[in-house]
Design a binder for this molecule. Structure first.
Ligand SMILES: Cc1ncc(COP(=O)(O)O)c(C=O)c1O
Length: 354
């Protein structure tokens, strides 16, 4: 049960929803009417409020803009057939937010504040949840350092916000990925496991080079030898060889994906063999060439299950088996979607209803 916390609500005078074309949603470009805001003053969280979504007034000396204490989360809400908002595993996102916060010397957020803010925000903006298949309301909680201070030290003040964005598909076709042999997203001992803004900044230059060469994403390799797969863009990555799902373990340089955890749980429920262990580039490339790689896919909240159709490696493109033949990834995509939208039983209590 969530303790009730006091949240002041200032509703919009006029909703913008009639201006939103729900049939033409571009990922991440449309924002719902309201946002939840909380402030930390060095002692505790205070001034919890729901206000119209809009610009913030910030100091040019804002600590987060200079030294990068900024973390975020991403989760989704779906509309059930009876009109409820169904949120997928929100407490897992809070736990991960708090792990990120600890790594970046930021304050953690109590569950009652996160869940009350989320619940009230979804209640007021419920109509923004798309009901079309494949669409959802993307939820973006984030926290940043708000001291007006120049100097490298943890900030005393922080702002936490949740806003939402109705979205369609992140990728609308199977993805082409390139194995990254040189650049590193995150190193051992670093903060790759945290959902820290800086990790994404570090990934943009190498990802842009891949994009210019016609790939959708990179397949990151480890920061020490570039011999083992880590993850891909905003997804964890899985391969199926010999009817076994093989996926890298979540070390300190890999984000511990909630979709990854859910997919592995379903695989175990269905008696599919799973190996969480280092996956070498050599092993996968050999399997592709021998024709024993059955499936390869990314898993993440934004992209859900993204089939990988082509792997670029050392200047050559390797085409993977046709998507229609991929039994596991097609099944898990369908079943996860049914659980998230309330159409299938939810044996692990993943869905939170608002
Ligand atoms: C770097 C990275 N890896 C993996 C994931 C997948 O995590 P999740 O399934 O929790 O969305 C994400 C997305 O949040 C990500 O940004």
């Amino acid at each position: 049960m969530i303790d009730v916390v006091n949240i002041q609500t200032q509703p919009v005078s006029k909703s913008r929803i009639s201006e939103c074309d729900f049939d033409q949603l571009v990922f991440g470009k449309t924002f719902s009417d309201h946002m939840f805001v909380a402030s930390y003053d060095g002692k505790g969280w205070q001034d919890l409020k729901i206000v119209p979504y809009g610009d913030l007034s910030l100091s040019p000396a804002l600590s987060a803009l200079h030294y990068g204490q900024a973390i975020f989360e991403g989760l989704k809400a779906y509309k059930s057939q009876s009109g409820e908002a169904l949120v997928f595993r929100p407490v897992e996102n809070l736990k991960r937010l708090n792990k990120s916060a600890e790594r970046l010397c930021m304050p953690t957020l109590p569950e009652e504040i996160f869940m009350s803010g989320l619940t009230q925000l979804l209640s007021i903006d419920r109509d923004w949840i798309p009901s079309k298949p494949g669409y959802s309301l993307y939820i973006r909680p984030y926290m940043f350092a708000s001291d007006e201070y120049i100097g490298v030290k943890p900030s005393e003040n922080y702002i936490f916000i949740i806003f939402t964005s109705p979205v369609g598909a992140y990728y609308n076709k199977p993805v082409k990925v390139r194995v990254e042999p040189h650049y590193t997203r995150a190193a051992p001992g670093g903060m790759g496991f945290a959902k820290a803004a800086g990790n994404y900044a570090a990934s943009m230059y190498p990802a842009t080079l891949a994009l210019k060469d016609g790939y959708d994403q990179l397949l990151w390799t480890d920061g020490v030898e570039h011999k083992y797969f880590e993850e891909s863009g905003t997804m964890n990555v899985m391969f199926i060889i010999n009817d076994t799902i093989i996926t890298p373990p979540t070390t300190d340089s890999i984000l511990k994906g909630i979709t990854r955890d859910s997919v592995l749980q379903l695989a175990k429920d269905w008696g599919v063999k799973v190996e969480e262990r280092p996956v070498s580039v050599a092993e996968v490339m050999q399997a592709i060439q021998a024709g024993t790689l059955q499936e390869a896919f990314g898993v993440g909240t934004a992209a859900t299950i993204a089939h990988i159709s082509v792997v670029g490696y050392e200047g050559k493109d390797y085409t993977l088996p046709p998507v229609a033949e991929r039994k596991f990834s097609n099944k898990v995509l369908k079943v996860l979607d049914e659980i998230k939208t309330g159409k299938a039983p939810d044996p692990h209590n993943w869905v939170y209803r608002v």
